[in-house]
Design a protein around this ligand. Structure first.
Ligand code: SF4
Length: 279
């Protein structure tokens, strides 16, 4: 694979397989979805691989940072907390035909704080296993463009879009990552057929705009789910989320994660129950 230079610029290598048949990819992943769940964060994945770990985006709901700073804090790579690190021992790992590996679930490989040479090394290793599939998920998808001509054809390029409303992310200190509108723009203009979007943890949104965003990005795969932790962030009501799922489900796989009433709905329900008892 072609090397990067010190300016983070990338020497291009042409690939006409970037737009591999959309339906073919969708069907392959339908078959993955039908295999037995393995209890991983993403039902589809067969394993995770963390050649780079750590992240500076500081999302409020980050379970990985929480884990690194508590249960895993004695592990060498987390001794400085969630500071990004290159984990050399991970490059001995081999992958099998049919694997679907979630790369760097303990960090964000494409954060601006990750050196290009680290990304390059990860892509080079992926290239050695053309019969496995690899999911990359970043809240800085603008950086996918920097490497697009070097991407092995078996990678899925994903991003998280919790909402279309940037104001919610800013006002509630949800994340220091580029705002959702920036992620949308970067994904929409990305010339790659294997795209995915994770709408998790879902925050309140404008139904028509978020549907338009998904149509604009054209992912073959979308995850939708509420926060699994008690983040108390502004959530949409459950019916609105179910409507969203219905509207985006044609011609793509939509994986439903935790779907439940919003915490504000649960409070309302609790108040109603208390009122009913008093009557
Ligand atoms: S981008 Fe991912 S790894 Fe980084 S802080 Fe946010 S949730 Fe955690």
């Amino acid at each position: 694979m072609t090397a990067t230079n010190d300016n983070n610029s990338v020497v291009c290598k042409s690939k006409d397989i970037r737009l591999q048949n959309f339906t073919e990819v969708k069907e392959l992943f339908e078959s993955y979805l039908n295999r037995k769940s393995n209890g991983k964060m993403f039902k589809l994945v067969s394993g995770t691989w963390n050649p780079v770990s750590g992240c500076l985006f500081n999302c409020r709901y980050c379970w990985a940072r929480e884990l690194a700073e508590t249960k895993l804090k004695k592990v060498q790579r987390y001794q400085e907390g969630f500071k990004p690190s290159l984990n050399e021992s991970e490059f001995k790992v081999k992958f099998q035909k049919g694997d679907l590996i979630f790369v760097c679930d303990m960090g964000d490989l494409f954060g601006d704080f990750i050196p290009s040479a680290w990304i390059q090394k990860v892509l080079d290793h992926i290239e050695l296993f053309p019969e496995a599939n690899f999911l990359l998920l970043s809240k800085n998808p603008k950086r996918y463009h920097e490497f697009i001509d070097l991407m092995p054809k078996n990678v899925i390029l994903g991003t998280t879009i919790e909402t279309n409303i940037d104001r919610i992310v800013k006002e509630h200190n949800v994340s220091k990552a580029p705002l959702p509108s920036k992620r949308y723009e970067a994904m929409k203009s990305l010339h790659w057929s294997r795209k995915m979007v994770s709408i998790e943890p879902i925050l309140d949104f404008d139904l028509d705009i978020l549907v338009q965003w998904i149509e604009g990005i054209q992912p073959f795969l979308v995850y939708v789910g509420f926060d699994n932790y008690d983040g108390q962030m502004p959530e949409p009501i459950q019916d609105k989320v179910l409507q969203l799922i219905k509207l985006i489900s044609s011609n793509r796989l939509v994986v439903k994660k935790t779907i439940r009433p919003a915490w504000s709905e649960e409070i309302q329900e609790g108040i109603k129950r208390e009122d009913a008892k008093k009557r």
